[in-house]
Design a protein around this ligand. Sequence first.
Ligand code: ADP
Ligand code: MG
Length: 416
Amino acid sequence: MGQPSTNPKEDMQPMRPADEAIAADAEALSAQLQAMRDRIFAPTSQKTLRRFTSGEAAKLVGVSDGYLRQLSLAGEGPQPEVGAGGRRYYSLAEIDALRHYLAEQALAKGNEAKARGYVKWRDPARGEHLQVISVTNFKGGSGKTTSSAHLAQYLAMNGHRVLAVDLDPQASLSALFGYQPELDLSGNDTLYGAIRYDEEIRPLSEIVRKTYFHNIDLVPGNLELQEFEHATPRALSSRKPGDDTALFFTRVQAALASVGDNYDVVVLDCPPQLGYLTLSALCASSSVIVTVHPQMLDVASMSQFLFMTSDLLNVVREAGGTLNFDFLRYLVTRFEPHDGPQAQIAGFLRSLFGDRVLTAPMLKSTAISDAGLTKQTLYEVGRENFSRGTYDRAIEALDAVNAEIEELIHSAWGRV
Ligand SMILES: Nc1ncnc2c1ncn2[C@@H]1O[C@H](COP(=O)(O)OP(=O)(O)O)[C@@H](O)[C@H]1O
Ligand SMILES: [Mg+2]
């Protein structure tokens, strides 16, 4: 060695091979994430859902706050927790129990329509089919995961049974629901486990997990989903004529159908790419939401996305896949109405696509991005954490978007 080096580079640690260096970074990051999660969700490191004020509960159930108070004073139906100052708080499970209680009362009076206004479960006997909604666009950051999570939660809060499926190997939706893929999942724990082509395949019912959010179950995601992109070409090339199970586009559909009786709506959060997984999701879908951030680059890439999707779906259709959507809607996301260019592009989309652009845009809001920092949605965080104006504007926009989608679902069921 001799003289001390004057070249700073030589003072550094000997270079590690890239794989080891990256692995070390991954471990450090994962450990820190775990520590952060322990701090935020200590001591159980499980997420829990807040309780809802009686005002929120009344609005969700569709009765007046006064009527809820009456019920609670009379000791009828599920009872709220009474906090400081006599304020009444309901868990989402209690709100759900309240719906069932009120529905039974309505039924007892022979008012079936009213009962169905409380408990909104689909009725297969009336031909109300499982709604499978893909939230898609191959542009990352277009708001797919944020929209999926808020939609799933809105539907659950409003009395539906929801299965949320994370199809993105990056697993952001799973993280929002409290799962950290590399810690909480081992192998074969994603949808891939139920659609794979080899003998490791297992029933989706074994993969579905309960979440802390009443009426939402989750099929988590992680990197193994990516396997489907490699396994599919292999399966296609070794497929025996007539063997439909080897056709990629039937697999997600079949897996979802196997658990479909337990749910009203399935929300599929698609990955930001147009591979076999996204295509299979689209083929399994009864409806599609394409998220679009109104910026020129995003809109240009969406045009590519639409061309490619259409070409690929055409191949699927020629191969015998059926593709009839109850609805396909464009959802304008992270919208800033006072931004001239954005407003122009939103207007341009509306003039092109007309009613297929949801009337309500999802406004850009710091309330949503801030909630995201602690892996929460705006429905979870509660009003006290923000300035009222900020929170109310964001919730109002979210509710408007989701109510529109709920209405589309109900009209696909022939209800409106
Ligand atoms: N309406 C919104 N207002 C503010 N930030 C948003 C909004 N929607 C999404 N975001 C933020 O934008 C980022 C990307 O959104 P995300 O839903 O993860 O997109 P995608 O799933 O399409 O990649 C996230 O950090 C999210 O918190
Ligand atoms: Mg995403």
